[in-house]
Design a protein around this ligand. Structure first.
Ligand code: AMP
Length: 539
């Protein structure tokens, strides 16, 4: 017989098993919902993940069942990540910032069997409970709590489940293509769409995350995922940390600049990750107190374009290297990372600045291209710009339970971002074709806002665009055409939104115009509107 190698499935449980065995005493710092700090380690996380996995089996979960979370970044959420996926259930993380109707839609669409919540989100669970069609148990992520019992008499408690778990439970082995986690994106039109990750894709993505030309994670790192665990698996950092045995510092609900500064300095964080808005907040807190970041070596910024001023401030004033990255829920999320090639090492300052604002180049495992409106592939010459398309080892093939095709005819995923590429694959996002606005890392549907505005009896036409905003990156701006003779005011028009959309979706400003530009097929020409109005909130 010819020689061959062992065949072991790529399973998420093996990452936490490795961390529990070989990095057992490495700290996991976790800020609880009440602000107190818990210190645990990888050995405990692995053990409690197994206890949880066995307890879920006792509750009747079957392979492939979905277990949902509405939770902050904390050690119980981490245990759920590994316990649920490790036992061949699917960990479905839910964004608590969505409006209740969307959360109910997502839970019912996913057919979640069980829902884990942090205490902060008890009111959400109370509001949801009569609308959930498949959830059999709601679990409070903590010890027995009388207030929770009063609010939801059938609620279960996480610590009771752990106490009821079986310590002899061993991680099962199964097909690496089995689904491991589920995350819905609202960065598309219509209902949120689910992206179902597999054990295999998650493992391959994790190998990429830890690589030197990506986020370069090692056993001596202390990682602060500020990016929530409900946003694309916290960019894969919980898995990458387990794989390398890095320390995790989990910030809980405190994402303001002062809390982040204290966590970084008190616990010796070396690597942090999050959207630009959060780092602006950190910068303000640092400037106000005059403190430095003693241990922070590098920060991954993605989810929205990172302003050059932020990159320069962190590098020059705090000696922190900013790594600009791009990705999507559909790409696990790592799609490109801004890491230099040899030829970039001796650049002038101007060249370095021009490079810094790019979203970076694809790591091995990802391929990028840009296409024009007819689907023709455009050259990688930095001048041509077109829709960014992606394919790779950890890119979505079809949305969860989708009825329509997700990929192009030739197998690429159209991102809805508009970009240019250079010959080395360095990519720069120049615009967005999709009708959604990103404010502080969270999506706002311009179409929903437009439809509500057009529903007002005095409004003939309406368009909502993302206008640039110093703190939030983008904020919605409503452009509206009034009926002749109408004396409708900005405040009166904005009064249509409360109770219909989340408060933070309400446009910052209304500008009344006499007409809006439409193309040949009647579609709003938002590019023209963006050109004319995208800077009005900066003044
Ligand atoms: P999400 O699925 O919520 O992670 O959002 C993905 C989208 O966020 C992308 O399609 C982009 O529109 C945007 N995005 C992510 N990273 C960046 C970045 N570094 N610069 C600009 N836009 C970004």
């Amino acid at each position: 017989m010819l020689g061959q190698m062992m065949s072991q499935p790529l399973l998420i449980s093996s990452m936490v098993a490795h961390a529990g065995k070989f990095h057992s005493d490495r700290d996991i710092i976790s800020v609880e919902t009440d602000g107190s700090v818990t210190k645990t380690n990888w050995q405990n996380v692995e053990k409690r993940a197994r206890l949880l996995a066995s307890a879920l089996g006792k509750l009747g979960l079957k392979a492939g069942d979905r277990a949902a979370t509405i939770a902050w970044n904390n050690h119980r959420h981490l245990e759920i990540y590994f316990g649920v996926s490790g036992a061949e259930y699917i960990c479905h993380t839910i964004n608590p910032r969505l409006i209740p109707e969307q959360i109910a839609y997502i839970i019912n669409h996913a057919e979640d069997q069980i829902l884990f919540i942090d205490k902060t989100f008890l009111p959400i669970a109370v509001g949801l409970k009569d609308h959930l069609k498949t959830v059999k148990n709601i679990v409070l992520m903590g010890a027995r709590d009388e207030e929770a019992l009063t609010a939801l008499p059938n609620i279960l408690f996480y610590e009771d489940l752990i106490a009821d778990g079986d310590d002899s439970y061993e991680w099962p082995s199964f097909d690496e293509n089995a689904a491991s986690s589920l995350c819905y994106t609202s960065g598309t039109t219509g209902h949120p769409k689910g992206v179902l990750y597999s054990h295999r894709s998650t493992m391959l993505h994790s190998f990429c995350v830890v690589a030197p030309d990506s986020l370069s994670l090692s056993a001596i790192d202390n990682v602060l995922p500020v990016v929530p665990m409900f946003h694309v698996n916290a960019w894969g950092l919980p898995y990458a940390a387990a794989m390398t045995g890095a320390q995790l510092t989990l910030p809980g609900p405190g994402l303001d600049g002062v809390s982040l500064k204290n966590l970084i300095n008190n616990y010796g964080v070396t690597l942090a990750a999050g959207v630009p808005t959060l780092w602006q907040g950190l910068l303000i807190a640092l400037r106000e107190t005059g403190e430095k970041l003693k241990t922070l070596d590098r920060t991954i910024i993605g989810g929205a374009a990172c302003p050059l001023s932020l990159i320069i401030a962190f590098e020059d004033d705090y000696n922190v290297n900013i790594i600009h990255a791009w990705g999507m829920t559909e790409t696990s999320p790592l799609g490109s990372v801004n890491r230099p090639l040899t030829k970039h090492l001796n650049q002038t300052d101007t060249e370095t600045d021009q490079m810094a604002v790019k979203q970076g180049r694809p790591p091995f495992g990802i391929d990028l291209r840009i296409c024009d409106d007819e689907g023709q592939v455009l050259p990688n010459d930095t001048k041509a710009q077109g829709e960014l398309q992606v394919r790779g080892l950890w890119v979505v093939e079809g949305y969860f339970k989708a009825e329509t095709e997700t990929l192009n005819a030739d197998g690429w995923f159209p991102t809805g971002d508009v970009a240019n590429l250079d010959n080395d694959g360095f990519m720069q996002i120049t615009d967005r074709a999709k009708d959604v606005i990103k404010s502080g890392g969270e999506w706002i549907s311009s179409i929903d806002l437009e439809n509500l505005a057009i529903g007002h009896e005095d409004i003939l036409d309406a368009a909502v665009i993302g206008a640039k905003h110093e703190k939030w990156g983008e904020r919605p701006l409503l452009l509206a055409v009034k009926a002749e003779g109408s004396e409708l005011t900005e405040d009166e028009l904005l009064a249509i939104y409360p109770n219909k959309v989340a408060k933070w979706w309400i446009p910052d400003r209304v500008i009344f115009v006499t007409e809006l530009p439409h193309g040949g097929t009647g579609k709003l020409l938002k590019n023209k509107l963006r050109d004319a109005y995208e800077n009005v909130l900066l003044d």
